[in-house]
Structures are given as C-alpha cells and as structure tokens.
Design a protein around this ligand. Structure first.
Ligand code: SF4
Length: 381
C-alpha cells in the first residue's frame, strides 16, 4: 500500500521589521544570526531524517514560510533545499513553495530559485493600495508586487500565489488567498484599536467582502477550494490541502508544528534555545500531545468543514452521535455557523470568520500554520 502523503514545513523566523498586525514568532533579521540559523536548520533536517517516522516516506510538498524566507540570501535558501534533498526523500513531482516579500527577490534570485527546484512563489502582497499598507504598518509598495510577479514570470515561474484582489487579477496569478484580518493579541494593531487609533474590523462588512470576493473570483475563473483560498483549475496548493484533509506533516524551524502518527508536536519558539539544542544534537521539540482516536476524528471533521466541498452530512452527524456532540452540532447549525445542502456540510460565511479568528497563527497564504489544537474545535467541540 502507498504510504499516505507527507508535507514538510520550514519556518524561517526572520523579517526586516514587524508588521503591526503580526503575531508570528520571529526575530529581526541580522546576518550573523541568520547564518547560524541556517546551520541549525540543516542539522535539524538531518536529525529528523534519522529519528522521525518520516524516514523513507516521500514528501509531496515543501512549504518554506516564516517570517520572510527571502530575507535569507538565495544561496542560503538553496543550501537549505540541498539539505532537504540530501536527507529526506522528495516525491518526483514535489510542490516546493517559497513565501517572498515582493521587494526581496530580484530577477536573478528568482532564476536561481527556479533552477534549484522551487516550483511555486507566494508573494505576500497584503494589499494593492499603498494607503492600506501604511495603515497596517506593512513595509513595501504596490509597485514592488507588480514588479515581483512580472519578474517571477520572466524567470519561468508558472505557479504564482498572491493575497489581494481586484488589482491582483490584472497580474493573473494562479492562486489567491483572501482572508479576513484577524486582530491578534499583543500586536501594535490590537493596541491601536484599543486606543481608538484604528477602527476594529466590521463583521458584516467582512462577510459582504467575502461574498463579493467569491463572485469576482468565480467570474474570473478561480475555484474556491478552501475558505480562504482560490485557484485556477489545477493550481490548488497541495501543501494547504494537506492541512485541510488532516494529512501528516513535519514542521522544522523555531515554533514550527508537526503532526505525525497521531501526535502533534511543536518546536521551541525561541531562536537561541533552538540553536543551542541543535548544537547539542537534540531535536528542539518543546511540547508533544498524543491525540486520542476521538480527537483525530474530530480534527478530520473540523478541517473537512473548512473545505468548500465540505464533508458528507451523514459523517458529521455520525461523528456527533458517536462522541456526544449532537447538541453542539445542532447549536452550530441553528446559529448558522455550519450549513448543510442535503448531502454535504461545510462552514457558513460566519462560521468561517469564527474559525479564522480562533486560529492562533496563519501563514501569509491564509492557512493556519500547523497547530496543536483546532480553533473551532477548541470553542465548540
Ligand atoms: S506579517 Fe509577514 S512580513 Fe510582516 S512581520 Fe509578520 S511574518 Fe514578517
């Protein structure tokens, strides 16, 4: 029997500065720290290859996220990729994504990344309005996104992901992530809202925008395959889908989370401790939780509800009956957080917003990072 697909997530914990809305674990980029981190990460790849059940299983998707992976030199990114190829087995058609800030990848870098085997570039545009970028404390300018996409195409990339709308469509990306802004605790944005310096997100407006996005992107030939993600046919992000189908993945780098063999485990969210642990030849795992059969099934149901195809309605009710969740499921239906169309069940627009808000971390592609607990599950099941 073919082993189930396995994904690999690498967390590059550096940015040039912190955006106002960002609560991810990261450090401000310094050359010396970055070089030490690259050595540690390659060491972690090697140790993981020796110690995890991942050994020998072909990896179907690699996602290099952060932080901003492209603050590293292209030679450092290529060294990491070479470490992966040396110690782990990549499937021949492996999807390999690198997240990039639009201002931090020249045409020459992009050509080198393509030649090194990167198959997909994901540019964090955040907005196609310079005024919005300033309001959310995001460095960069819209023209840089336009240049980055043009250069990536010229370099030979055919799979390009972006994160904002109307103007983005003119750049014809193959993948778009559209998600509501989540105000994370302890961010500058949260403090600005508290001090009434910035307006709080408006829930009904977010639902209207979500519906408008679905209409606009549907008309432009994009399929919504997950609550926050749209793609041209054949361009759904395989790595995203792995999370939503409750697949297994190995996460490396500080604060990265993994799910293997019914166990969720996470790395220490501190670069110095991470480096020390690897210098001593120890994996930097900080917490580990073995999920019961019930919890594994619950996660499969909750993740499946986020997919636009949803899950079979009978499976939702069977799960609810088997594990004593019937009353809660009925309440979610009554509150219209879950919708049923007879054969399939999925989150409603309001349910999606609630689920997004309760996720602790999300990648710039709008996908929650691999996490130890499903947010909606934590609230409702
Ligand atoms: S939102 Fe992205 S670019 Fe901004 S600080 Fe967070 S990880 Fe870095």
């Amino acid at each position: 029997m073919m082993p189930p697909p396995l994904g690999l997530y690498l967390h590059i914990p550096f940015c040039r500065q912190r955006c106002d809305f960002c609560a991810f674990y990261l450090e401000i980029h310094r050359e010396g720290r970055a070089q030490a981190f690259v050595q540690s990460l390659i060491q972690e790849i090697e140790l993981s290859a020796q110690q995890h059940v991942a050994v020998g299983r072909p990896i179907q998707s690699v996602y290099i996220g952060g932080g901003t992976p492209t603050v590293l030199a292209t030679t450092q990114l290529i060294a990491i990729l070479s470490g992966i190829r040396t110690h782990l087995a990549l499937a021949s058609d492996c999807e390999i994504t690198v997240e990039a800030h639009p201002s931090m990848a020249s045409e020459q870098d992009l050509v080198q990344l393509l030649q090194a085997g990167i198959t997909r570039m994901s540019f964090g545009a955040e907005s196609m309005e310079d005024g919005d970028l300033a309001r959310i404390g995001r460095p960069g300018a819209v023209c840089e996104t336009v240049t980055a996409v043009t250069q990536a195409r010229a370099a030979g990339f055919t799979n390009i992901s972006l994160e904002t709308l109307a103007y983005c469509l003119t750049l014809e990306p193959t993948h778009l992530s559209c998600y509501a802004l989540t105000v994370e605790e302890d961010t500058r944005l949260a403090s600005n809202i508290q001090r009434r310096l910035s307006p709080a997100p408006d829930e009904s407006l977010q639902i209207e925008m979500d519906e408008a996005a679905q209409r606009m992107l549907g008309d432009a030939g994009y399929e919504r395959y997950e609550v926050s993600n749209y793609a041209k046919p054949g361009y759904a992000c395989r790595h995203n889908l792995l999370y939503w189908t409750n697949g297994e993945y190995l996460g490396l780098g500080p604060s990265a989370q993994s799910y293997l063999d019914g166990t969720r485990f996470g790395n220490v969210a501190d670069l110095a401790t991470y480096d020390t642990s690897l210098a001593e030849n120890r994996l930097p795992i900080a917490d580990r939780i073995r999920l019961s059969k019930e919890e594994q099934l619950r996660d499969a149901v909750i993740f499946g509800l986020r997919l636009i195809q949803g899950i079979p309605t009978h499976r939702l009710h069977q799960h609810a009956a088997n594990y004593g969740h019937a009353a809660i499921t009925a309440r979610l239906l009554a509150q219209q957080l879950i919708e049923e169309d007879g054969e399939r069940s999925r989150l409603s627009a309001r349910g999606r917003l609630q689920a997004d808000r309760s996720h602790p971390q999300r990648t710039p592609e709008g996908t929650p990072r691999p996490f130890t607990r499903c947010g909606l599950a934590g609230r409702s099941f």
